[in-house]
Design a protein around this ligand. Structure first.
Ligand SMILES: Cc1cc2nc3c(=O)[nH]c(=O)nc-3n(C[C@H](O)[C@H](O)[C@H](O)COP(=O)(O)O)c2cc1C
Length: 363
């Protein structure tokens, strides 16, 4: 099974999975620990010109999401330059290292000069620079002129038009896009304390993890359908299936963070172990065959579909479809799920929610 991927024409990875910028790549020890799981590339926590004044508490988790108020690296660039990055270099990991930098043009250009020798590529965060593309364009241009190494720009989902953003990056010499950063602002409520559990100003934070996956996929698709630029997909990945979905949507490679913080830090190696099996299951032997698979689907709106057909031999009578149907079209008669076509709206919910695939015909 071939797990190799190319990101544009300058970067080739042994496999498509890397960590996303955040606490799991917050210093050299953590980066080296992740590297031992066999990832295709490594990424650093966002380094800026000063250590971040991180509020506490700064991370809360639910079943399938994380909300954070973490900012950028809590270590100053001097520490990265003199200690963490040389330690990573010494370990000779033999795979790309993407250094994440923030935020304003001049500080990014100065930071590139300081850490360039350690980087394979750069990733610039746009998380705290507003939604006006003009200053971001100046930053992309200045950063791309300051180094020969590939410069990726990370899309924050509060930026309005992902395709316009990607075109701006391309026009100003950027190499690729990392999409997406965490979504928000969001507000977690702790009823017992009567406030948000986060220590940030007014308690707001940014959400990530499996709940944001459909948003990430939409942004990747919007970009890859209209701009020819490499995209590293990130936001909500938790499984090998998800990795394939992101690549099918047009991503060249992927990053993951929150799911490893929710379901265990060894999730990276579990996904890498599963990936060949999941590819096999779907009939792929090469990730290049999966890439952009969704690209040519129809832009026509579909109005016609069939009614759900229930396979009574497979149905376990769990009744989820009956209880969930918004149109009251399903019921149980004589220990069988029965459809009333006069009520059925052909919405597809029952088919998508049946855990044993006993319903088909709508989707
Ligand atoms: C606790 C935490 C800290 C993060 N810190 C950074 C950061 O320093 N720089 C950055 O570009 N993104 C940061 N992110 C965003 C992630 O890199 C990623 O884009 C986002 O979480 C979506 O991916 P995921 O759902 O796999 O976590 C952070 C996310 C979390 C949860």
């Amino acid at each position: 099974m071939n797990l190799k991927v190319k990101i544009g024409d300058k970067i080739e990875l042994e496999n498509p999975l890397m960590p996303a910028s955040g606490p799991l790549v917050g210093d050299s020890e953590k980066i080296l620990a992740l590297a031992s799981q066999g990832l295709g590339a490594l990424v650093t926590k966002t380094i800026s010109s000063k250590a971040a004044p991180v509020p506490h508490p700064c991370i809360v988790g639910g079943k399938d999401y994380i909300i954070n108020a973490e900012l950028w690296s809590e270590f100053p660039p001097e520490k990265w330059e003199a200690e963490f990055l040389p330690e990573i270099e010494k370990a000779d990991l033999n795979r790309p290292l993407i250094i994440s930098l923030g935020y304003q043009r001049d500080e990014i250009v100065a930071l590139i000069k300081r850490v360039e020798q350690f980087a394979t590529a750069f990733e610039l965060s746009t998380h705290y620079v507003g939604t006006d593309l003009k200053p971001i364009a100046q930053t992309v241009k200045a950063a791309s002129e300051a180094t020969d190494k590939p410069v990726f720009i990370k899309l924050s989902p509060h930026i309005n038009d992902p395709a316009e953003f990607a075109q701006m990056v391309k026009d100003n010499g950027g190499y690729g896009i990392v999409a997406i950063n965490s979504v928000g602002p969001t507000y977690p409520v702790d009823l017992t304390r009567g406030k948000s559990p986060l220590g940030s100003k007014d308690g707001y934070g940014w959400i990530s993890g499996p709940v944001i996956k459909p948003i990430s996929l939409s942004r990747i698709r919007m970009i890859t359908q209209s701009v020819d630029i490499p995209v590293i997909g990130v936001g909500g990945i938790k499984s090998a299936e998800d990795v394939l979905e992101f690549i099918a949507a047009g991503a060249s490679a992927v990053q993951m963070l929150s799911a490893a913080m929710l379901y265990g830090k060894d999730l990276y190696s579990r996904i890498l172990n599963d990936l060949p099996k999941v590819m096999e299951k779907h009939g792929y032997h090469d990730l290049a065959a999966v890439k952009g698979l969704l690209k040519n689907t129809s832009s026509e709106i579909n109005f016609e579909t069939g009614y759900p057909v229930i396979d009574h031999d497979t149905c376990t009578l769990c009744k989820i479809c009956v209880r969930n149907c918004p149109y009251y079209a399903l019921s149980i008669e004589d220990k069988r799920v029965v459809l009333d076509e006069s009520k059925c709206f052909k919405c597809g919910l029952c088919e998508s929610r049946c855990s044993v695939n006993a319903i088909e015909g709508v989707l």
